[in-house]
Design a protein around this ligand. Structure first.
Ligand SMILES: C[S@@+](CC[C@H](N)C(=O)[O-])C[C@H]1O[C@@H](n2cnc3c(N)ncnc32)[C@H](O)[C@@H]1O
Length: 347
């Protein structure tokens, strides 16, 4: 239970090793094939799937700690929000391995959607024709993904997780091969079949759905058809950027020549700064140092602390807990009056 709670933190439910092993047996990965995992966690599943092949791996992860861990295992790793911060080529990847967070999006009203469906909507277009999707979701969420699956994928198959792994989150694996868009009316029958599966009782689903181990079909993951592939993030990772900036010598040059104020230079902003700008600069540490105010000598220091807050805790009928947390940022400005030895803290 404690293990489940900690794994559930920030939507981290890594694919069990046994499932990765069974899946790997089915894959026939052509040389140079591009494999994408947009929610790669620590990169363990993706690395296991391509081990011993000449595939190129691409991973995205929101959690900084996990992204840093994944960077060691994955050839191309981006840290950031896969849904909003990434620029990726369409029709570029041979395999999309998608095990997204099992949750609703944070929209405060009825427009809230299942995250699994949002990820599928965003990333199915990155697959090249005949490329394969492996989607890992709770089987009940099939209803939310049914329309996209039925319209964009052929050779669809739904497998149940092995029984001992199934009990935690009721996951299934969906395999599907990317094809040209099918008309809504034509896709209706498959869509309905998926919705019926999603409505099953967990025990019935487990008894009826095939196990991955029983699958005899081999999935050929096609090599690249496009010579290049855009894979970029709009966010800069400070851990990556700082060594590069240091190495380039740009920082010293800027500090010594460009930013160091000349003797009689005063910098005037084009427009007067508003209180909001000043507050941000203060809290961000841009105004750290000594200042004089109304005849008082003050030393200013601005810091921002990050804390994690539990947003929601949900328990399923098996007594298993899912905890969703959110990051909060607390700006603080400290001012020390040197003459009176007083400290003023604004939070
Ligand atoms: C279910 S885990 C899957 C991990 C890995 N792919 C595996 O199968 O073992 C989902 C991962 O997605 C990450 N994640 C959640 N929201 C994300 C987002 N918007 N962009 C990128 N990653 C996200 C979580 O931090 C978590 O590590």
């Amino acid at each position: 239970m404690a293990r489940l709670s900690s794994q559930a933190k920030a939507g981290y439910y890594p694919t069990p090793e046994s499932v990765c092993g069974q899946l790997k047996q089915l894959l026939n990965i052509e040389d140079g094939a591009r494999i994408l995992d947009p929610c790669c966690g620590a990169g363990i599943a993706l690395a296991a799937l391509v081990e011993g092949t000449a595939a190129t791996t691409y991973g995205i992860e929101l959690d900084h700690e996990r992204a840093t861990e994944a960077r060691i295992k994955i050839a191309n790793l981006l840290w950031g929000d896969a849904l909003v911060e990434m620029r990726l080529s369409a029709c570029c990847f041979g395999l999309l391995y998608l095990n997204p967070p099992y949750d609703y999006s944070l929209a405060p009203d009825s427009t809230s959607e299942r995250m699994e469906a949002l990820f599928l909507k965003r990333f199915h277009e990155t697959l090249q024709k005949d490329g394969w999707l492996v989607l890992v979701i709770p089987y009940t969420v099939l209803a939310h993904c049914a329309s996209i699956l039925a319209r964009h994928f052929g050779n669809l198959q739904v497998f149940a997780f092995p029984e001992d792994e199934f009990q935690s989150f009721h996951q299934c694996l969906v395999l599907g091969q990317k094809r040209a868009l099918v008309a809504k009316a034509q896709a209706g029958k498959v869509e309905q079949e998926l919705i019926v599966i999603a409505g099953m009782d967990p025990d019935i689903f487990l008894q009826t759905a095939p196990q991955l181990a029983s699958c005899t079909e081999r999935l050929t993951i096609p090599g690249p058809r496009q010579p290049t592939c855009t894979f970029k993030c709009n966010r800069i990772d400070p851990l990556e950027a700082i060594p590069l900036v240091r190495k380039s010598g740009l920082l010293e040059e800027l500090l010594t020549h460009d930013l160091a104020p000349g003797q009689r230079n005063t910098i005037r902003p084009l427009a007067p700064l508003k209180n909001g700008h000043l507050a941000l600069m203060l809290a961000g540490g841009y105004m750290n140092g000594e200042i004089e105010m109304n005849g008082r000598q003050l030393v200013i220091k601005g810091v921002v602390h990050k804390t994690e807050q539990v947003h929601s805790v949900a328990e399923n009928n098996k007594g298993e807990t899912t905890v969703t947390t959110r990051d909060r940022y607390h700006p603080t400005v400290k001012a020390i009056d040197m003459a009176r030895a007083e400290m003023l803290i604004v939070q």
